[in-house]
Design a protein around this ligand. Structure first.
Ligand code: ATP
Ligand code: MG
Length: 443
């Protein structure tokens, strides 16, 4: 018994052998691997190095999905890899990697990591990780068993250290090692667990899931840009509706979009967010493009509405109140999530267009129609009316207006609302274009 135990420990310490699975069993031929990653492996092999396709690409191929990109792991150091490929870049300081470019494709090449990270913060979070190890060490450092499969394009064999193939079959997301310790090292792994489960329709293994609720707050220590990247992957995975529901049920939405909780609690907000997510998912699944700015604008709209109302109650006029509300909401959110500035600018435009859809007299509708963001603004209005927050009739009017000829459009125009300015008074400010002058609060 003791002997057996010692043998087990020794075996672990000196590098246990992976299960080696031939092509006849796993079915992936090298033609399934991208040209770039195949080339990277060939060149590294020719130099006497090990090189494997790893991570998401192998997982996705085994699931019959099309991989987004291909990552390669090798025992060559980043500097060596960089020297071998003319079109490559060394990136990252804390986690050095090499990007090798082949036409449109970028292959991310990482060097096998050592078993223990080099430097951690007071919560155990990994700060620096440039100590290298063996292939087995590297496999232990990966997050989930299904992400730790190594594919060798030369022999077409698959190396499985942690029963990743079994977990794929069981449809289970299982963390490698002790879940608590692994989440402390990198709290984003909690979010990743939810993302992979949602994307593949898997469930999260019980021991992997259990500590999440308790450790969810650690996500707050992760740099916002990394959180944003991971959130964006989740939102654009084609399974955002399920993913967010899961995040919420694991208590993980706090600190990501801190106000999501509030949103889901208002019946109108929940309907709106659900509609937006479903629409995004179906676009992603049918291969259409989606705009992250539009989606974030939708996720936060009901917060903007609430803040808008408050600002008006304090006596601000509607438009300045809306602009103040947008800033309030974005300040809170960007703190945690680091929504990039190029997105917040578009989000604000989409929001700011909404009151303009109510103006249906004079030249104003024509100006709105010519606006650069009309399409996004209109799609947003359609979502609002679909959730009952804006009148359906308004969205229908704009649907018809944009597809009508000039004469029909003229006939559709409405009489100015009582109190509505006729609109041309500000011409003396020398706005020559057909579009209406900017909102006072914007000027
Ligand atoms: P996808 O590209 O579909 O988002 P992926 O699994 O390829 O999924 P990446 O973020 O591209 O995810 O990471 C590639 C691989 O690197 C992962 O499969 C995993 O093995 C490893 N990895 C990534 N992030 C972590 C992490 N936070 N902790 C441990 N291993 C990680
Ligand atoms: Mg990947």
């Amino acid at each position: 018994m003791i002997k057996k135990f010692i043998r087990r420990v020794l075996r672990f310490g000196s590098g246990s052998e992976p299960r080696t699975v031939p092509k006849a069993q796993h079915g992936i031929g090298r033609e399934a691997i991208s040209q770039g990653s195949r080339k990277v492996c060939e060149v590294l092999h020719a130099q006497g190095h090990q090189a494997y396709v790893v991570g998401g690409a192998v997982r996705d191929l085994l699931l019959g999905l099309r991989p987004k990109d291909f990552d390669v792991a090798t025992d060559a150091y980043p500097e060596e890899v960089h020297k071998l490929f003319r079109r490559s870049r060394l990136i990252g300081k804390r986690f050095k990697l090499v990007h090798v470019m082949f036409g449109e494709e970028t292959v991310e090449v990482s060097t096998f990591r050592a078993r223990t990270p080099a430097e951690t913060d007071e919560h155990g979070r990994v700060l620096r990780d440039n100590i290298y190890g063996t292939r087995e060490d590297d496999s232990i450092r990966r997050d989930f068993t299904i992400n730790a499969l190594y594919y060798d394009p030369a022999s077409e064999t698959l190396l499985d250290y942690h029963n990743g193939l079994r977990d794929l079959q069981r449809k289970s997301v299982r963390i490698i090692g002790d879940a608590r310790a692994r989440y402390r090292e990198d709290p984003l792994r909690m979010l990743r667990a939810v993302r992979f489960a949602a994307k593949a329709g898997f469930s999260i293994d019980e021991r992997t899931r259990k500590p999440i609720r308790e450790l969810a707050h650690l996500v707050g220590n992760v740099p916002p840009s990394r959180v944003y990247e991971e959130m964006q992957k989740l939102l654009l995975s084609g399974h955002a509706a399920t993913g967010l529901r899961e995040l919420r049920s694991e208590g993980l939405h706090h600190g990501l979009l801190p106000l999501l909780d509030v949103i889901f609690e208002q019946p109108m907000g929940e309907r709106f967010v659900t509609l937006a997510l479903e629409q995004t998912d179906s676009r992603v699944r049918s291969g259409k493009s989606v705009s992250p700015a539009f989606l974030f604008a939708a996720l936060l709209w009901h917060e903007v509405l609430a803040a808008w109302k408050k600002a008006e109650q304090r006596g601000l006029k509607p438009i300045p109140a809306l602009f103040e509300a947008m800033d309030t909401v974005l300040d809170i959110q960007t703190d945690k999530l680091a929504v990039p500035r190029r997105l917040t600018a578009v989000m604000k435009e989409i929001w700011a267009l909404q009151p303009r859809f109510e103006q249906r007299s004079g030249r104003r509708p024509f100006g709105l129609l010519a606006h650069e963001r009309f399409r996004a603004g209109f799609d947003f209005l359609v979502l609002r009316s679909g959730s009952g927050e804006a009148p359906e009739e308004l969205a229908q009017w704009w649907e018809k207006f944009q597809h009508s000829g000039e004469a029909e459009r003229q006939a559709m125009l409405m009489a100015p609302q009582p109190g509505e300015r006729k609109g041309r008074r500000r011409r003396r400010r020398r706005h020559k274009s057909a579009s209406p002058p900017p909102d006072p609060a914007q000027a």
